[in-house]
Design a protein around this ligand. Structure first.
Ligand SMILES: C[S@@+](CC[C@H](N)C(=O)[O-])C[C@H]1O[C@@H](n2cnc3c(N)ncnc32)[C@H](O)[C@@H]1O
Length: 232
């Protein structure tokens, strides 16, 4: 299968799961999502220079975009999954959304920040995502990305897949939040090392990269999440 076909298969998975995902988030049933949203919002609020405009790249059903909007940022959420954006527009009519990949955004360098919450590990091309992100950021812009922790997440969740830490591997995995039913469609997970992420960010022009490893988010396993921050 070509990367374009794999990407298409990945996006159809998010389409298929959009309805269940919006109900989980509207009912605040995903405690990890709530914690991660707070971490991201607090990083944006405390950033110097101050941040006004934020692109939520890979916004899914848009809960974080809406929180960014309610916090006072000029936020727009984009996602290639049409069904996810449809749910987002219905759930959060005050917020702005578009069906698009970050690679399709005009390179006008207008955003002070780009956030990608649990997105990078689902992309087939990390380089094109990071380069497109860098191209939409203003001077001194910041890129904040969360990913499942590359060294721990899959090894604890799906040891039977025999993941390798040392090289890139693509999987489709079952997704469910604690105590809830599994989502109807398996979702993409691209296993990469932390260094693959930092190398891609440097290649895209970020000159400083900070890594944070929150000990626990939500009620899930400890050390499940990594936060990457790229500064232009
Ligand atoms: C795990 S979901 C996360 C959604 C949302 N950020 C959240 O936390 O609920 C990953 C999302 O990334 C989106 N995505 C994948 N590749 C993308 C790209 N190149 N540009 C923008 N979004 C992308 C997918 O369509 C999917 O909705």
């Amino acid at each position: 299968m070509t990367d374009v076909q794999v990407d298409d298969q990945f996006i159809r998975a998010w389409d298929a799961n959009a309805r269940i995902r919006i109900s989980e988030l509207k009912e605040h049933r995903d405690s990890a999502y709530t914690d991660l949203s707070s971490i991201l919002i607090s990083q944006l609020k405390n950033h110097t220079p101050p941040i006004h405009s934020v692109l939520d790249a890979g916004c899914g059903v848009g809960a974080l975009t809406n929180l960014l909007h309610e916090t006072g940022f000029a936020a727009i959420g984009i996602d290639p999954s049409e069904a996810s954006i449809h749910q987002a527009r219905q759930a959060w009519p005050e917020s702005s959304f578009a069906v698009a990949r970050v690679e399709q955004m005009p390179t006008e360098r207008i955003f002070d920040a780009v956030v990608a919450n649990m997105v990078l590990h689902t992309t087939t091309s990390l380089d094109s995502f990071c380069q497109a992100t860098s191209a939409v950021l203003a001077d001194h812009g910041v890129f904040l990305a969360t990913i499942p922790h590359p060294a721990f997440y899959l090894f604890a969740k799906e040891p039977s897949l025999n993941p390798e830490y040392s090289h890139e591997q693509r999987f489709l995995i079952t997704f469910r939040i604690n105590g809830s039913e599994a989502h109807p469609r398996k979702v993409p997970y691209v296993q990469r090392t932390i260094q693959m992420y930092t190398d891609a960010l440097y290649r895209a022009g970020f000159h400083e990269i900070r890594i944070t490893e929150p000990p626990q988010v939500g009620v899930g396993r400890p050390h499940d999440v990594l936060l990457l921050q790229g500064l232009l």
